[in-house]
Design a protein around this ligand. Structure first.
Ligand SMILES: NC(=O)c1ccc[n+]([C@@H]2O[C@H](COP(=O)([O-])OP(=O)(O)OC[C@H]3O[C@@H](n4cnc5c(N)ncnc54)[C@H](O)[C@@H]3O)[C@@H](O)[C@H]2O)c1
Length: 333
């Protein structure tokens, strides 16, 4: 049994806690949150202890691993403390909003030898992973174009938007990682365009709600990511890879496979699955299962700190491009 300390018991932390508690391979040993009531609620639901502090959770010899699901600005400190305490880490994305802090963290944890898995859950989605596998097997020949559509079903509150780091670091970061995963190589050029089409208040904080990013990989393959903060029909998550021998697509999941063809309607009538917790439910479970393999069997995480660092570098390049109107060459050094 993998014994886990959960650090951060908000929206995604509560979901992970439920998944850990439901697993036969792990137990939720303790929960810590700066907001005590949040920790108490999650701990009580799953019969875990409330840790009085991060230090107490990390000093607990009955804790094998930590799951960091606290606010983004706390990840670096918690990764560093957990790595120094020798606990395996599953940390939610992004590592941080500042690449300087990420680089400092990388130096601080060097040599600890602690495995770090990063919560890029979309890599664990069976359909998106199927696209990666088809590309890697050469099924579509040379990959020429990768198109990722990622549109949210609703705007997050403005208080969240103000500290989110902007659309590229908060939202597109998943797509930057998915692009690297499917390409199997690191983009070297980024061009981004963005507009405020949905929430005018975003202009006041220098953010956008509608964005398109074009990237070029060393092989010449082109990537197009398109994001919107508001799709009225639901959470729109699609991937298309096009190559010299064909095309492979990962479509939206539907709650039913029923389709209608009548004089008035030609497709399913139900809305798309609501948001990430529903759409990627199985992916979060598979992500956690890999983490159990990492902790219990010494498996290397398939997505780790370096992937988080590179996704943030791409997000920063997208901001630079948006501001300058020029395409930006990317270096990962
Ligand atoms: N992978 C995904 O699909 C996904 C989805 C949503 C959120 N996230 C990420 O998960 C993280 C949490 O997001 P959320 O939506 O659950 O936010 P949230 O605000 O609902 O929860 C964050 C929790 O962290 C707690 N917290 C703050 N500082 C802390 C500290 N120092 N130690 C312990 N707890 C602390 C807060 O009190 C709060 O309960 C963010 O980094 C976010 O980017 C990832």
């Amino acid at each position: 049994m993998v014994r886990i300390a959960l650090l951060g018991a908000g929206r995604i932390g509560a979901m992970h806690a439920a998944n850990i508690a439901a697993s036969k391979r792990a137990t939720l040993r303790c929960v810590y949150d700066v907001h005590l009531a949040a920790a108490q609620k999650v701990a009580k639901t799953h019969g875990a202890k409330v840790a009085p502090s991060v230090e107490a959770a990390l000093a607990d010899a009955d804790v094998d691993a930590v799951l960091i699901a606290s606010s983004t600005d706390t990840h670096v400190d918690l990764i560093t403390a957990s790595a120094k305490a020798g606990k395996a880490i599953l940390c939610e994305k992004p590592i941080d909003l500042s690449i300087d802090r990420v680089e400092q963290c990388r130096r601080d944890i060097e040599g600890t030898g602690v495995p770090i898995q990063l919560g890029f859950n979309r890599r664990y989605d069976a359909s998106h992973r199927g696209v990666r596998e088809a590309v890697a097997r050469g099924e579509i020949g040379n990959l020429q174009q990768l198109i990722i559509t990622s549109r949210d079903p609703g705007l997050a509150p403005m208080d969240y938007m103000k500290v989110s780091g902007g659309i590229f670091r908060d939202m597109t970061i998943h797509d930057f990682d998915l692009a690297r995963f499917i390409l199997g190589e690191d983009p070297v050029e980024v061009f981004a365009a963005g507009s405020v089409m949905i929430e005018p208040a975003l202009a006041e904080i220098g953010d956008v709600d509608t964005a398109m990013v074009v990237m070029k990989a060393p092989s010449g393959a082109l990537v197009h990511i398109n994001n919107s903060r508001l799709a009225v029909y639901g959470y729109d998550q699609r991937v298309e890879a096009f190559g010299s021998k064909g095309m492979v697509q990962s479509e939206n999941l539907r709650s039913s496979s029923l389709r209608r063809w009548t004089a008035h309607a030609t497709d399913a009538q139900e809305p798309l699955l609501h948001f990430f917790i529903q759409r990627y439910a199985q992916a979060y479970l598979d992500e956690l299962n890999e983490f159990f393999d990492v902790v219990a069997d010494g498996k290397e995480p398939s997505v780790g700190f370096e992937d988080g660092r590179k996704a943030l570098i791409l997000a920063d390049a997208a901001w630079e491009s948006l501001r300058s109107g020029e395409s930006v060459e990317v270096s990962y050094d």
